[in-house]
Ligand binder design. Structure first.
Ligand SMILES: C[S@@+](CC[C@H](N)C(=O)[O-])C[C@H]1O[C@@H](n2cnc3c(N)ncnc32)[C@H](O)[C@@H]1O
Length: 379
């Protein structure tokens, strides 16, 4: 029995992280919300995604619902490979692979159902965090799959021929928060009031925020909070450069800019999740709760286009999965009533218009022929 330590210490926040943030703010003064979010999610030791805290107990992503998600994404990737002329090597570069389930399910589908495609496929997971790499290796080898064609990289490789893939990566990037007051656009900073973290408004930390709204030719509604994800447009520009020939396939919660910055969205879209319950308070459960903000798909697409990517498809996840045959898979449950209901339940979760089904699916392309792609057009 140890008789030291504080028995009242919170188990729903990372106390080392809280201490470090308090000391930083006491030393440097208030910090931008973006720096705060970057720290609570990605601090190398204590961040939510680094300290092993991230878990399906807090949020559920599509690959965690059922392997059929990966199978249907695999089916779409197979068609991309065919459109590209069935190259001998097709790289799938997945960034933000979480626990590796999507990679596992795509590879399994390809090896079982599309052997030639499976033989051409090379999978690269972009993952700098050693704990997550270990989790991904564990998932990928769970049922004795070999890993000869899977590699890990700290950064996006160059000269990719294939597809850069991500699921809920961009909505987990740290965001600036802004508040519009009349003609003024203020940035939200994080300050300390006693022991409490609180919002403070001040002039924006970077001129890029004003430029961002100038390019969009709009502003958030008056007296509204909004988020600005400056990393997402940089990310797609970087991907466009790294891609020699092929596609970028992105699944993320988000909207077109006029919807995202609509005047009725008073509190923005910042969402925190802990044990599947949502809150909008970023200052509780530091390092123990997930935090996301909806992606501005207008800015993302325009940034991709400026960097040489063409729009190849844009839809919502419900329509994407349905067009690729999710419903047919439910109907094919072999007359077993229990199996039918289990499959129907999975389908309803993946296409739920109030949940996973409203995730946006964006496909951009470089150096490939135009084609009607199964996930994006009705047959
Ligand atoms: C909401 S999780 C989604 C995980 C997984 N794709 C899934 O669908 O279950 C977001 C993931 O993005 C990762 N991530 C965020 N920024 C990243 C970056 N710059 N490079 C690689 N991964 C990143 C996080 O570590 C986390 O694993």
């Amino acid at each position: 029995v140890t008789l030291t330590g504080d028995d009242f210490a919170s188990i729903t926040e990372n106390t080392a992280l809280v201490r470090e943030l308090r000391e930083r703010i006491a030393r440097e003064g208030m910090i931008s919300f973006r720096d705060f979010m970057d720290t609570v999610l990605y601090h190398p030791l204590h961040g939510y995604y680094r300290a092993g805290g991230a878990s399906s107990r807090d949020y559920v992503t599509s690959p965690q619902v059922h392997p059929v998600f990966g199978a249907l994404v695999g089916r779409q990737l197979h068609q991309l490979w065919v459109v590209m002329g069935q190259p001998a090597r097709f790289y799938i570069v997945e960034q933000g692979a979480g626990d590796g389930r999507l990679a596992r399910d795509i590879r399994r589908w390809a090896h079982d159902r599309a052997r030639e495609f499976g033989a051409a496929m090379r999978y690269i997971i972009v993952e700098p965090a050693p704990e997550l790499r270990a989790a991904q290796k564990h998932t990928l080898t769970e049922v004795g799959d070999h890993l000869d064609d899977v590699n890990w990289s700290d950064t996006l490789p160059d000269s990719i021929e294939g597809c850069v893939l991500s699921n809920e990566l961009l909505d987990a990037f740290p965001v600036h928060r802004v508040f519009r007051h009349g003609d003024e656009l203020l940035e939200v900073y994080v300050a300390l009031e006693g022991e409490r973290f609180v919002d403070r408004f001040a002039a924006p930390s970077t001129p890029e925020i004003a430029r961002y709204f100038e390019v969009l030719d709009l502003l958030p509604g008056d007296e509204c909070y909004a988020e600005v994800n400056l990393d997402a447009p940089y990310w797609i520009a970087h991907v466009a450069t790294a891609l020699r020939r092929g596609y970028v396939l992105t699944f993320d919660y988000g909207y077109e800019a006029d919807q995202l910055y609509a005047p009725w969205r008073r509190d923005g879209t910042l969402l925190c999740s802990y044990r599947q319950s949502a809150s909008s308070d970023p200052y509780q459960r530091l390092g123990r709760q997930d935090m996301t903000a909806s992606v501005d798909f207008t800015t993302l697409r325009c940034s991709g286009a400026r960097s040489g990517l063409a729009l190849a498809g844009s839809t919502d996840q419900g329509s994407f999965l349905s067009r690729l045959g999710l419903g047919r898979g439910v109907a094919a449950s072999g007359g077993q009533l229990e199996e039918y209901f289990a499959r129907r339940d999975v389908m309803l979760r993946l296409i739920d218009p109030a949940g996973l089904g409203r995730i946006r699916v964006l496909l951009m392309a470089k150096g490939v022929p135009d084609a009607r792609l199964d996930g994006f057009y009705d047959a």
